[in-house]
Design a protein around this ligand. Structure first.
Ligand SMILES: [Fe+2]
Length: 512
């Protein structure tokens, strides 16, 4: 943890210095004399014939532009069938640009389906670490899929021990559901409230990504296989909704500028196949990813297009205010249409909603009152039941919802609607815990046992850190909750806390 505090302070220092160029000139090392690949490599958004490979040149990671000097260096890249690079299948050159933070995104084409490859980047100063990538099976194929999903990696709140364990698993993919960074520093949210250490400019966000990307366990997990990523709120601002920030003191125009900085830095640091937006503030992260004809991932964004939270951002007894106003939206009309129409058209065995906030409405108060989170789908009940109704009609019994955000694990049956009890089960929700957010955590939250009778659709809960490993076949979806007992000191072992199964076409989740 000492290392963590040191790096946290260093990052804060970097953020402060970003506004003081003279100070930087005195304190930064000479340009480009070190390793430019300090932030590692990554691959992502695989298809049957292509995959994105990523790195970012940053010889001095906390300096503006990562210590680069404003020039436009050319990076060589290679993709090979073997780790020794004796059978190279694709190679090319990429010109880096200061206006994109010296990030490198290559969409490598012409690969064979369902195959592993190795990739690296090279400059005169040296070569990057070697990463592995994998193409997806061709359309029609039903190769089993082994993947893990994760979220919420607050750097100062714990070590990324679970990433070391994840990297040792035999995985085809990793799905990241957001909170890749946190916009405020420090282990304690009260620090933020009182001192307001928040990143705002694009240089701030770049320094924050650099801080996280220096973590060896995170780098190793990226090196091992392709990732499919989406963002949650902390990539921009806690609990933001569209152009409404957490602090009502920020105007819509200020939020627009902040979103532009945050979305640009996100794009610069992730292995994504996303066209650069006309305006960074409008970057659209929604997209699909197919695993042959076995699974289609719907990568969603429940932050950028949502209505502002009802009755404040916290938990409220319902009904309250505009909570159940039918005009309120979680995804925005365009994303909702894209998803609902797409579910109707897709023939893949499994439909996978890779998204952020919990869909099952957790009533956190025992007894007659219903106390719900206004930030989750429970705060948008009409939009939630409209989506669940569409799933009931189109992809009932073969839809899996993957969720992050709340630093705790839950296993939930999803019904065709939660407006009244007794509607049929149509989908399964696996809520993963955090990588480190919230520190060591708990075996269960105190509210859990007291409210079991109020939430019969919630099957299991745990609040330790870790990830969820899934094995997917045409007949069955299996989810193993992999947890570590602590993250505030190194060396935690990983165990499987529980395993669950969904049989395709059958309602309800079963514990194994
Ligand atoms: Fe989080």
């Amino acid at each position: 943890m000492l290392r963590r505090h040191f790096l946290s302070d260093l990052s804060r220092y970097a953020v402060l210095c970003a506004g003081a160029p003279n100070l930087w000139r005195l304190t930064t090392r000479p340009r480009l004399d070190g390793n430019p690949f300090t932030l590692g490599v990554a691959s992502g958004d695989p298809t049957p014939n292509a995959c994105v490979i990523w790195t970012r040149l940053a010889p001095d990671p906390f300096a503006p532009l990562g210590g680069m000097d404003g020039s436009r260096p050319v990076v060589d890249w290679d993709v090979a069938e073997d780790e020794g690079f004796s059978r190279i299948v694709q190679r090319g050159r990429y010109t880096c640009a200061p206006e994109l933070g010296y990030s490198v995104h290559v969409d490598v084409q012409g690969l064979a389906p369902d195959r592993w490859y190795f990739y690296r980047f090279t400059l005169p100063a040296g070569s990057s670490p070697v990463g592995r990538l994998r193409t997806t099976p061709a359309e029609g194929a039903r190769t089993p899929l082994d993947f893990a999903f994760i979220s919420c990696q607050h750097y100062e709140q714990g070590l990324f021990t679970a990433f070391d364990h994840l990297a040792a698993e035999d995985l085809d993919l990793v799905a990241h559901l957001g909170d890749y960074i946190y916009e405020y520093a420090g282990a304690d949210e009260r620090v933020r409230r009182h001192h307001g250490f928040e990143v705002v400019s694009v240089d701030d966000y770049r320094a924050r990504y650099a801080q996280y990307k220096l973590d060896p366990a995170l780098q190793l997990a990226h090196q091992r296989c392709p990732w499919i990523v989406t963002w949650d709120d902390h990539e921009v601002d806690n609990n933001y909704a569209g152009l409404v920030g957490e602090n009502s003191s920020e105007s819509a125009e200020q939020m627009r500028q902040r979103r532009a900085a945050a979305y640009q830095a996100y794009w610069e640091h992730q292995p994504v196949r996303l066209p650069r937006a006309q305006s960074w503030a409008d970057l659209d992260i929604t997209r699909t990813a197919n695993w042959g004809s076995l699974a289609r991932f719907w990568v969603m964004d429940t932050r950028q297009y949502r209505s502002d939270q009802a009755c404040g951002d916290g938990n409220d007894v319902v009904p309250c205010g505009e909570w159940n106003d039918p005009s309120r939206t979680m995804m925005g009309a365009a994303q909702e249409r894209w998803l609902v129409d797409g579910l109707g058209a897709s023939r893949a065995d499994w439909q996978v909603l890779a998204q952020q906030v919990m869909m099952a409405p957790f009533d956190m108060r025992a007894g007659a009152d219903t106390l719900l989170s206004m930030d989750q789908w429970s705060g948008y009940p009409v939009a939630r039941d409209r989506l669940l109704g569409a799933i009931a009609e189109r992809t009932r019994g073969r839809t899996i919802v993957l969720t992050g955000d709340i630093h705790a694990s839950y296993v939930n049956d999803l019904h065709a609607g939660f407006d009244r009890p007794g509607r049929p089960i149509v989908a399964a929700e696996f809520v993963g815990t955090s990588m480190s957010s919230g520190g060591d955590g708990y075996d269960e939250y105190p509210s859990w046992a007291a409210t079991r009778a109020d939430n019969p659709f919630m099957k299991w809960h745990n609040a330790r850190r870790g990830y969820v490993r899934c094995r997917v076949t045409p007949e069955e979806w299996r989810a193993d909750y992999r947890v570590v007992p602590f993250v505030t000191r190194p060396g935690a072992p990983v165990t499987t806390a529980t395993s669950w199964r969904v049989r395709r076409g059958m309602p309800g989740i079963e514990q194994l």
